[in-house]
Design a protein around this ligand. Structure first.
Ligand code: ADP
Ligand code: ASP
Ligand code: MG
Length: 421
């Protein structure tokens, strides 16, 4: 007997027929003698719909009430799954975030899980009852409902698995694993049978939304065995693997196929570019830009500072999340006398494309391959950042699909046959 957490995403939960399919999968695990906790997402599109209601109600909505509204999508699917399981003769009940409870920070709309009370849950599982837990939601001090940020049900699932010391955390979604890039963009993307926590963390953080970044960080820290697999397709790859297993670096053999120079390519259209023209070129100038942005909790990602003009000034370009652009411009305008720039430019028609792979540590020329492949297609690079295992470039968003495809080919990642995701 094993204790397992199964998580089902929005497409898997979209409608009663699909919930029946999910219930069948849960029943199989129960029939195999396992203790099962299920974490569910809202039906596909539902969270977007709820977010839009809040925006329509007031652009300056109270984030605490926003959380009350957007958490409701998962309440519906958890109740429905419990009903369908019961109709199949499986003993099941729902446990909302506040009932367990899952305690979180009070950062509404992007709360972090602090603790999960496992006593009642453990007792329920021990009786053979299936626990259905809505993902994405928790409760902050003062008993206010919180949500964990978009895609947060993955993190709920990993957190439940860690708290319950589960043997496995299976993330069921609408693709059959983690691919070398989004298979909806590159039909020749290849499924990875294994990927390391570190690479998955980096891929997720640069836009591969198949797992929420935080869920990967948590799985790495808590050593949760995470597998990504399809709710719709049970086929195995030629090596006999189903899905993708996230593993420690020591679990991938030296010299094996999986130890590629480049693991994958991801893109992110959620950033906006800001340029401050003619910032005085003197020590401390950059701090006057980024300190007030940090104070306003605005995350700055890529930064480029041009060489100084003869006039003793320089241009500084950086990116911020698109959703924070208005606030960032407001902060910068207020700081204009202190920073001393001439004018501010901004653009939202940009996309960040990133190449990730641990092999970069030991191989030179990865970035050069990227720049050349993009140049050959006439794609202009507006900003660059690198880390030990990643190179990212900012390009015009119209070129996103082309850039991802070209890079996928340039690094030799194309499969012979197209993925059928
Ligand atoms: P869920 O609702 O199950 O959480 P998501 O839509 O959040 O599903 O994540 C699955 C989607 O992630 C896929 O449909 C796919 O388009 C996208 N995706 C992006 N990058 C990758 C990748 N490298 N491998 C697999 N899927 C990816
Ligand atoms: N329903 C939430 C979202 O769409 C959480 C999730 O699906 O993971 O972001
Ligand atoms: Mg998701």
């Amino acid at each position: 007997m094993a204790r397992i957490v199964m998580k089902f995403g929005g497409t898997s939960m979209a409608g009663i027929e699909r919930i029946r399919n999910v219930a069948n999968r849960v029943k199989q695990e129960v029939d195999a003698g396992n203790q099962v906790a299920v974490v569910v997402s809202a039906m596909a599109g539902e969270t977007d719909r709820l977010v839009n209601f809040c925006r329509e109600a007031s652009p300056l909505y109270d984030p605490r009430e926003y959380d009350v509204v957007v958490a409701s999508g998962e309440q519906v699917t958890s109740g429905l799954l419990a009903i369908v399981l019961q109709s199949m003769g499986v003993n099941a009940r729902s446990w909302l975030g506040w009932q367990l409870p899952i305690r979180t920070s009070d950062a509404h709309a992007s709360a972090r899980i602090a603790t999960i009370d496992t006593e009642a849950l453990g007792a329920a599982l021990a009786t053979g009852e299936v626990a259905v837990i809505p993902g994405f939601q928790g409760m902050a001090d003062g008993d206010r409902i919180t949500t964990l940020g978009r895609g947060g049900s993955d993190t709920s699932a990993v957190a439940v698995a860690a708290a319950m010391k589960a043997d496995r955390c299976d993330i069921y979604t609408d693709v059959d694993g983690v691919y070398t890039t989004d298979p909806r963009i590159v039909p020749r993307a290849r499924k990875l049978s294994r990927v390391t926590y570190e690479e998955m963390l980096e891929l997720a953080s640069v836009g591969a939304k198949v797992l929420q970044t935080r869920s990967v960080g948590l799985a790495m820290k808590e050593k949760v065995r995470v597998r990504v697999l399809s709710s719709f397709d049970d086929s195995r790859d030629e090596d006999g693997y189903r899905g993708t297993l996230i593993v420690g670096d020591d679990e991938i053999e030296e010299g094996s196929m999986e130890r590629q120079l480049i693991t994958g390519i991801a893109h992110d259209k959620n950033e906006a570019k800001v340029t401050l023209v003619a910032v005085p070129d003197r020590p401390g100038a950059v701090a006057t830009i980024f300190t007030p942005l940090a104070d306003a909790s605005i995350n700055v990602d890529m930064i480029v500072q041009n060489i100084a003009h003869e006039t003793g000034s320089t241009d500084v370009t950086f990116t911020v999340p698109k959703a924070e652009l208005t606030r960032a411009l407001d902060v910068l305008e207020k700081q204009k006398p202190t920073i001393g720039f001439e004018r501010v430019l901004h653009a939202t028609n940009v996309c960040k494309v990133s190449v990730v792979g641990v092999g970069m540590r030991s191989h030179a020329g990865v970035a050069a391959t990227m720049f050349k492949a993009l140049a050959d297609r006439g794609i202009n690079i507006q900003a660059i950042t690198t880390s030990e295992i990643k190179v990212s470039v900012l390009i015009e968003d119209d070129y996103t699909e082309l850039a991802v495809r070209v890079l996928h080919t340039a690094y030799g990642l194309d499969a012979e046959e197209e993925a059928d995701a």
